[in-house]
Structures are given as structure tokens and as C-alpha cells.
Design a protein. Structure first.
Length: 130
């Protein structure tokens, strides 16, 4: 009759405080990751990567900066594919538009700033997954 409390080991969500099973991977209330190794260290990337270098990389080669920072997918495609897509897009712009420099610069600046925002631990504008 007393097997309702089969497990008496619990952990509390570091984000919302909800009681979760000790072996839970994600919080049942807010869905935040409960893996023991990553409670609050969201601003530090694995291997202490340089945020400024990542930003500059993404400015020069949009997509490669995401790859450097360790994102597996950006806007549901791999960072390398994103780099190729942006390179093709900029090639087309260069061939058909007279104000191509400005547009290419804006595209590069957009990706660079998006990655900079992501390296600070925020979401940015483009969906990306580790
Ligand atoms: Zn929670």
C-alpha cells in the first residue's frame, strides 16, 4: 500500500523550483534541462570559446561563426549549409543589384550580431540548437 512513494530522491528545478524526480532530464513544469552539470553556466560555451572571434567569423563567413561556436543546426540546417546558402545569396546579389555591397554588409552584420547575442546567452533572432 505504501509503494506510492517508490522513489524518495527528488531534485528541485533551478529555474522554477518545481519538484522533479532525481533522474528527470527536463523539468516537468517549465521544461528546462535538469542535467546536473549545467545548472547556470549558460553564457560559457564549451571549451571557453571566444565570443568576439565567433562574431568576427560570422561577419566574414556567415554560418562558420555558428559552427565555431558549436551549434549543430541554425534555422534547421547545419551551419556549413547556411554558409553556402548565404554565399550563394550574396553571389546572386552581387550579380544583379547595383547596391550589392551595402546589402552584403547588412546580411553579414545581421548574422554577426545574431551570433553575438547568442554568445551572451540570449536567443537571438535565428533559431539555433547545440
Ligand atoms: Zn522548472
Amino acid at each position: 500500500m505504501a509503494d506510492y512513494c517508490a522513489s524518495d530522491s527528488f531534485m528541485f528545478c533551478s529555474s522554477c523550483g518545481t519538484k522533479n524526480e532525481d533522474n528527470a532530464t527536463f523539468c516537468v513544469n517549465c521544461g528546462v534541462s535538469l542535467s546536473a552539470s549545467a545548472p547556470t553556466a549558460r553564457t560559457t560555451a564549451p571549451g571557453q570559446k571566444n565570443a568576439i572571434l565567433a562574431t568576427i567569423l560570422n561577419f566574414l563567413f556567415p554560418g562558420i561563426g555558428y559552427w565555431y561556436w558549436g551549434y549543430r543546426k541554425v534555422a534547421t540546417i547545419s551551419p556549413v549549409l547556411l554558409f553556402i546558402a548565404v554565399a550563394v545569396l550574396e553571389f546572386v546579389i552581387w550579380n544583379y543589384l547595383s547596391y550589392s555591397t551595402l546589402i552584403s554588409l547588412l546580411i553579414s552584420a545581421f548574422f554577426a550580431y545574431d551570433l553575438y547575442v547568442k554568445t551572451t546567452g540570449q536567443r537571438g533572432w535565428i533559431e539555433a540548437t547545440k
